[in-house]
Ligand binder design. Structure first.
Ligand SMILES: [Zn+2]
Length: 298
């Protein structure tokens, strides 16, 4: 099988380790999967490729994905604030009038609602249905992937893709398709986890100190939320620039959540939050927080 970087076509890789596997994945245990990093653009990926069908992934996402992301009221408030800030950033990046807005991987439709309030005409797409029925019509919901949706050329003024790219088996083809359906002067917003964040490196170090180095690895493709590839600022900007988009914003975020406003005060995760807050502050200084946000213009 040809081993070539999907992002930059590079041919030199660093071996990172073997992925941990959740017992719900018995079928794929047969393959000898390994995690690598491209030496040229820093992209993390698994080899050989995971051969689950869209239907099989869908089952995992519908049963598992949102339970993993169990959120307290505190988290919900933070997420809401972040969504609005991002949408405003996207709005300010447009060189054209606000028009059709696509949320790639719209989940329960919270972004669509906020986009509508800002004056966009929202469209939702997802491989799993988590929208209310009434919202499905209102937001032109499409069940499936963006290729199946086959939107016309230059259809959307803005496209929003939060926590999706790291799940796709064809990241570059998807980005090219998004470029095709984006209007000239329109903007694409992407959020991905930062694989090389200070928090990740710190957790890895902690596991090493208790002689469990194998337990905390990069990308974790077989454990929810199933990231089958991983980015840092370098690989994400490479991906966007190489398809001919103009990178307007590239920043890390997510390191400074106010733990003292947390609903979980006194619980175990609360103490972990205090500790991680310290790491978070350092990661702000070092510009290496847990998530990356990019906005690119066509
Ligand atoms: Zn590469």
């Amino acid at each position: 099988m040809d081993m070539r970087c999907k992002i930059c076509d590079g041919l030199l890789f660093k071996y990172i380790g073997k992925p941990r596997t959740n017992p719900v994945f018995p079928r794929i245990l047969k393959n000898d999967y390994r995690i690598f990093q491209c030496q040229r653009c820093d992209y993390y990926f698994i080899f050989p490729e995971i051969d689950l069908s869209q239907e099989e992934w869908k089952k995992f996402y519908e049963t598992d994905y949102f339970q993993v992301a169990k959120q307290t009221q505190w988290h919900k408030r933070i997420r809401q604030k972040e969504r609005i800030e991002r949408l405003e950033l996207l709005e300010n990046s447009l060189k054209i009038a606000k028009g059709k807005f696509l949320d790639m991987g719209c989940g329960e439709g919270l972004v669509l609602k906020n986009a509508e309030l800002l004056g966009f005409e929202p469209y939702g797409l997802d491989i799993a249905r988590n929208l209310e029925n009434t919202d499905s019509d209102r937001y032109h919901f499409f069940l499936g992937n963006v290729f199946e949706a086959n939107y016309p050329d230059e259809y959307f003024s803005a496209i929003y893709m939060d926590s999706v790219l790291e799940h796709l088996s064809n990241p570059m083809e998807t980005l090219k398709e998004l470029k095709r359906i984006l209007k000239p002067g329109g903007a694409l917003l992407i959020v991905v986890p930062n694989e090389d964040s200070m928090e990740n490196s710190f957790k890895k170090l902690c596991y090493r100190l208790i002689f469990q180095a194998g337990k905390y690895g990069k990308i974790k493709p077989f454990i929810a939320p199933y990231h089958i590839q991983g980015f840092n600022k370098k690989s994400l900007s490479h991906a966007l620039k190489s398809i001919g988009l103009n990178l307007l914003v590239l920043q890390d975020f997510g390191g400074n959540y106010p733990f003292w406003k947390n609903d979980r005060i006194g619980s175990k995760p609360f103490f972990a939050d205090i500790f991680l807050y310290g790491i978070g502050l350092l990661s702000i200084v070092w510009k290496n927080q847990i998530q990356i946000l990019a906005i690119a213009k066509k």
